[in-house]
Ligand binder design. Structure first.
Ligand code: G4P
Length: 279
């Protein structure tokens, strides 16, 4: 399946982010726990230039716990500080404060030796569109501020959210672009809804998703839709169409409608906690 997409104003976004990065000590990068590879952009590595790095496996509620653990170990071994969060519910969000302290331990120590005391750590959230940056910032700011009694928001120049006396967070996240070249990456981004559906043939997308599920989570589809297993993915999609009453005027199955149904259910986590990548 071929598709094309366009970075648009990404050059401008990249330049703006490079400016912001000069101000900060630690980069907090959100990835989608279902696709921790495909939702991570390698360009940030060149821009990060020696800064402390944290990876948050966001939306872990939708991902397979075992694989999330594998990915956390994987990125941990690469030198990142890693934790998992559900920004929507706020689970794991408070722990990020400790991770920031850990990630910046050397810097705090260096400051202390130079006689600089209590200079807050400045952090920035980055990630590709739809990964949950705004949801995380809201949740994080709320939790930190209810704990410390601070009010979020400092209005002058750059907007810094003062989380406590130790940490300030830039309130606008850096938007990273996904890896444009790799078709397999594009496909996984489509599965989770990070690329406009119009760029894909929804039928083909659903067949490929069914193939993947059959191989990796063989019970997921049949148990959610309460259908028997079919010989292949096309057959499975017809069974979903029958179950969901996706029937055209002439009586044929409306497989496009069933495909949309399947993809939406997958994205909403209705088929269970499913990961699309292994380290
Ligand atoms: P962005 O700033 O990176 O572009 O992402 P944003 O925060 O707007 O979040 C994108 C979508 O992801 C939102 O769903 C948000 O609720 C959802 N989301 C964020 N974090 C989590 C999480 O940890 N778990 C789950 N399950 N979902 C998460 P939406 O459908 O656009 O809005 P809404 O209907 O949820 O409000």
């Amino acid at each position: 399946m071929q598709f094309q997409w366009y970075p648009g104003h990404m050059t401008k976004a990249k330049r703006a982010m490079q400016e912001d990065l000069k101000l900060i000590d630690v980069i907090i990068e959100l990835v989608d726990a279902r696709i921790p590879f495909s939702s991570k952009n390698p360009d940030i590595d060149q821009m990060a230039n020696g800064k402390s790095r944290i990876i948050l496996m966001n939306k872990y509620d939708l991902a397979d716990d075992l694989r999330t653990k594998q990915w956390m170990d994987y990125y941990g071994q690469k030198g990142y500080f890693v934790t998992k969060v559900n920004s929507k519910k706020g689970t794991g969000v408070r722990a990020v404060q400790d991770i920031i302290q850990k990630a910046c331990k050397e810097k705090i120590e260096r400051d202390r030796k130079r006689g600089i005391l209590n200079r807050p750590i400045r952090a920035m959230i980055v990630g590709i569109p739809n990964v949950g940056k705004s949801t995380f910032i809201n949740s994080f700011a709320k939790k930190a501020c209810t704990k410390t009694g601070n009010k979020p928001g400092v209005t002058k120049g750059k907007q810094w959210i003062r989380l406590n006396k130790n940490v300030e967070l830039l309130d606008t996240p850096g938007i990273l672009w996904p890896k444009f070249e790799d078709q397999a990456v594009g496909l996984r981004l489509a599965y989770i809804g990070s690329i406009k559906d119009e760029l894909f043939n929804i039928y083909e997308l659903s067949i490929l998703l069914l193939d993947y599920l059959q191989e990796n989570y063989p019970e997921a589809v049949s148990s959610y839709y309460e259908i028997e297993n079919a010989a292949d993915s096309a057959g499975r999609l017809e069974l979903i169409a029958a179950r969901r009453g996706c029937i055209k005027a002439g009586g044929d199955y409306d497989v496009d409608k069933a495909a949309k149904c399947l993809v939406d259910d997958f994205r909403a986590g209705k088929l269970g906690a499913i990961s699309l990548e292994t380290p």
